[in-house]
Design a protein around this ligand. Structure first.
Ligand code: MLT
Length: 269
């Protein structure tokens, strides 16, 4: 009979656990889901522990009655991190509405943020005109559901060339949008309409920050990303060529390389 060790102290077990990678919270945009991050989850898991929730009312996550707020989305994310036992600082990454939530998260939980990735987003609040458009869109979603919202947004989400040349990508994004419940659409529209202006917070955000923006974004102009980068003490701006509002889907290799380079800081001694 072979001698067996009588306690765990007698031997050492080697193991792999991707939890030892820097944790990155990936927050999707409107009206999308965590499928937005498929190319990042497929490629970056060796350098990051990627946590990609579906926001309330989006994807597979339950909807509750609207309206929602940025605070509610932030608290949902913080609760998820708590439930995962995530007590140390993480990198918070958000695309578009996800960026609005990332900035809200920084305001409420600065001690939990070790780095930021802001993609296709802006720091400012809605103009009066934009607020009116949110209310009109909410009226449409209440009366007719998610479909017309998805139809209206789809051509604006991708760069024109990608919209014409990549029908599979268009269909992927369209299907993702249709998973958003009408309550989710209405709730998120209210949250975006009422979000505060985060511009004044930018100079105080001293964590390493990567700002990524599609050169051909039709929804948020590149100048917004440039202004954020100029206002933040440790921000690096990367413009993604041949990409619109979803640069991580339109140019996944370029986007992932930039994220991979950025995350290196977190492994330096
Ligand atoms: C998004 O992509 O999340 C939204 O279009 C952002 C917005 O409408 O402000």
């Amino acid at each position: 009979m072979t001698d067996q060790p009588d306690s765990a102290a007698d031997f050492q077990m080697a193991f792999e656990d991707s939890c030892d990678r820097v944790p990155v919270l990936l927050i999707h945009g409107f009206p999308l889901s965590n499928m937005l991050w498929d190319p990042q989850i497929a490629d970056l898991s060796d350098v990051a522990r990627l946590i990609a929730p579906d926001l309330r009312g989006h994807g597979m996550t339950d909807a509750t009655e609207p309206p929602y707020t940025m605070k509610l989305f932030t608290e949902d994310c913080a609760t998820l991190l708590d439930q995962l036992g995530m007590t140390w600082p993480i990198v918070v990454a958000g695309l578009s509405m996800g960026g609005y939530i990332a900035l809200d998260f920084c305001r409420r939980y600065p001690e939990r943020v070790g780095g930021l990735i802001l993609a296709a987003t802006r720091a400012g609040a809605d103009s009066d005109e934009a607020k009116k458009s949110r209310d009109q869109a909410a009226g449409v979603a209440i009366a007719e559901g998610t479909d017309p919202i998805a139809e209206g947004m789809l051509p604006k989400l991708l760069a024109k060339e990608n919209y014409e040349a990549q029908p599979e990508l268009v269909e992927f994004v369209h299907d993702m949008m249709l998973e958003t419940s009408p309550d989710g659409v209405v709730g998120a529209l209210a949250a975006m309409r009422d979000r505060p202006d985060s511009t004044g917070d930018l100079p105080g955000l001293e964590v390493p920050t990567l700002i990524l923006h599609g050169a051909d974004d039709q929804l948020i102009p590149v100048t917004e990303a440039e202004a954020m980068a100029a206002a933040m003490p440790r921000a690096k701006l990367v413009i993604v060529p041949d990409a619109g509002h979803l640069p991580n889907l339109e140019q996944p290799d370029f986007f992932n390389d930039a994220v991979r380079d950025f995350l290196e800081i977190f492994y330096e001694e």
